[in-house]
Design a protein around this ligand. Structure first.
Ligand code: HEM
Length: 331
């Protein structure tokens, strides 16, 4: 196992990039790639690629943050979500709306040019998500690296383990707990929904016939209900997109307005409304909405915790050369 040394940081391009190791978790390590990619800084390479793509399309931040979640919750953070194939995780219905694969591929290609075969796709994914959080206005945090890429990606695993938008809080907490994540981690991570979009089919039942009552979900603000019904008519043929954030200025900003929205019945998905109304999580939602800087300081560490799920080491995995396919040598 790697040795952990004392903390020290370096400034690059106005951002702090880790120069020396300060933390360890199993085989994971802050600054694992220091000195492993000639004199290049692997974290900076990923950041610069994400930044360049962000300049062209700022919406990719949402895609990248969600990608880390969908990778880590299924088989652990092993880049299984990136593998192509007829029955791979990518082909599962909840994954069909994942975005940002091309950004991960571009970051990996830049790394392969600098130091071939060194940086795993699972790590690229975690570094890309961190870059996205920062570019969306969130706080910079130190990612741990040292993951290996898995060999397996199954549609059936994605279907079995990706949470449903209509999940009860109790069940979601159970799922996250089985991945080593606390109740607070869960509520903080759901703050990922402060950026990006969802689609009518994910919440239509809340608008017209909530749990067979023939009525909308009573936990919906009337103005919002009216607006959502307009975008998503009862038998609408188009599955339009809807921003999680009510405020256009915040559509792609990582801030705590998501929790403020929840407390005035403006959660879009049932799971969003559920964390505000459940006595299990309501007080955490309030704290995240009202305590200044709390969400901002907790989101990064929660992403780090999520990045620890099911990490592969040694021969359990490999460093893929291209993130969409396993290498062609004998394992
Ligand atoms: C119980 C947990 C969760 C459920 C049920 C859930 C469900 C969903 C659903 C249904 C969508 C919209 C998909 C679509 O309409 O195409 C979505 C989008 C999104 N989710 Fe989650 N999610 C959960 C947790 C998380 C976590 C932990 C994160 C990240 C830390 C996250 C980040 C995102 C982001 C950023 C989007 C927007 C993606 C985009 O605009 O492309 N979600 N989620």
């Amino acid at each position: 196992m790697m040795r952990c040394t004392s903390p020290s940081a370096a400034l690059a391009l106005g951002l702090v990039f880790v120069a020396f190791v300060s933390q360890c978790y199993g085989n994971l390590h802050v600054g694992y790639y220091n000195g492993k990619c000639w004199n290049y800084n692997a974290e900076e390479i990923v950041f610069n690629v994400v930044k360049a793509q962000f300049a062209k399309d700022p919406t990719i931040v949402a895609g990248l943050i969600r990608l880390q979640f969908h990778d880590c919750i299924v088989r652990g953070c092993d880049a299984s979500v990136l593998l192509n194939g007829p029955k791979s995780e990518k082909t599962a219905k909840p994954n069909l709306s994942l975005r940002g694969f091309y950004v991960v591929d571009a970051a990996k290609a830049a790394l392969e040019k600098a130091c071939p075969g060194v940086v795993s796709c699972a790590d690229v994914l975690n570094m890309a998500a961190r870059s996205a959080v920062f570019l969306a206005g969130g706080k910079w945090y130190f990612v741990e690296t040292g993951r290996r890429d898995g060999f397996v990606s199954r549609q059936s695993d994605a279907i079995a383990y990706l949470p449903s938008e209509n999940m009860q809080v109790r069940d979601a907490l159970h799922l996250f707990a089985t991945r080593g994540l606390s109740k607070e981690d869960f509520v903080v991570l759901l703050g990922g929904h402060s950026v990006g979009t969802t689609h009518c089919d994910k919440f239509n039942h809340r608008l017209y016939n909530y749990h067979n009552t023939g009525k909308p979900d009573a936990r919906m603000n009337t103005d919002m209900l009216y607006a959502l019904k307009k975008t998503c008519p009862r038998n609408g043929k188009q599955n339009k997109h809807v921003y999680f954030s009510y405020n256009p200025k915040s559509h792609y900003r990582m801030d705590n307005s998501y929790y403020k929205q929840l407390l005035v019945n403006q959660g879009i998905l049932e799971i969003d409304a559920n964390i505000a109304s459940s006595p299990l999580t309501n007080s955490i939602v309030k704290k995240l909405a009202y305590a200044p800087g709390y969400f901002e300081s907790r989101f990064g560490p929660a992403m780090v915790n999520m990045g620890r799920i099911g990490v592969l080491t040694g021969k359990q995995g490999e460093v893929r050369r291209y993130c969409g396919a396993v290498n062609h040598h004998k394992h």
